[in-house]
Design a protein around this ligand. Structure first.
Ligand SMILES: [Zn+2]
Length: 217
């Protein structure tokens, strides 16, 4: 399977990422150039081994827009076009999530709340959430639904993290957390991935505040 894509597909991917980047930057979700965003372009091969996606370039201030914000990479995270831009260091994790889930977009942010809860539940290796309305954002509709959001170790060596991703993923939970680092949330498209990420961040803040209330009580 070839990586064929039209100019319109590329432009659409870049403009979708730009819009999400601006929204999240306004919330302070990209401190110190952290975080990365990607959206798949075109179809995946049936075995999910061949695909391409647009991803944020490494080391850019995501609160400003520039012509060098995004590039297109293949299923191994290698640039598909001649460019001086480097994909985010964590692009390999995006590759693994696309392969494992077949999703269409992946957003990664570092926030104080996702860092705090990943440390709070480090021993359980998953963050438990039960009965909170926003679990429905994941299309889980049962009453008092309980989910567990997986936590992976934050190794300095990204390939070491990447090889743990597919095993860690829980099919109905569209996110994984790296300990004291941040969350990766995904969805079928940009709209869904954004909804999922917002739900996770709400749940993390809820879990943290609930824990604090109970400590003081
Ligand atoms: Zn990160």
């Amino acid at each position: 399977m070839e990586h064929s894509m039209t100019l319109e597909q590329k432009q659409r991917a870049f403009s979708e990422l730009r819009e999400v980047k601006e929204t999240f930057a306004a919330r302070g979700w990209f401190p110190a150039t952290s975080g990365n965003l990607s959206v798949r372009i075109g179809d995946m091969s049936e075995d999910r081994q061949t695909f391409a996606f647009a991803v944020t370039a490494s080391g850019k201030d995501k609160s400003v827009s520039s012509p060098e914000d995004f590039l297109i990479v293949d299923q191994h995270g290698r640039p598909l076009e001649t460019t001086g831009l480097k994909p985010s260091a964590e692009t390999l994790i995006h590759c693994e999530i696309y392969r494992a889930t077949g999703c269409g977009a992946i957003f990664h942010v570092h926030t104080v709340f996702n860092n705090l809860v990943s440390e709070l539940y480090r021993e359980e290796q998953a963050i438990p959430v039960e009965g909170v309305e926003l679990i429905k954002a994941f299309n889980i509709w049962e009453e008092d639904a309980a989910i567990r959001i997986p936590i992976l170790p934050n190794y300095a060596d990204i390939p070491r993290i990447a090889e743990l991703v597919s095993e860690a993923i829980v099919p109905r939970v569209p996110g994984i957390v790296l300990r004291k680092h941040g969350i990766y949330a995904w969805g079928a498209n940009v709209f869904e991935a954004k909804r999922h990420l917002e739900a996770f961040e709400f749940l993390f803040e809820y879990v943290y505040r609930w824990k604090l209330l109970n400590k003081q009580g």
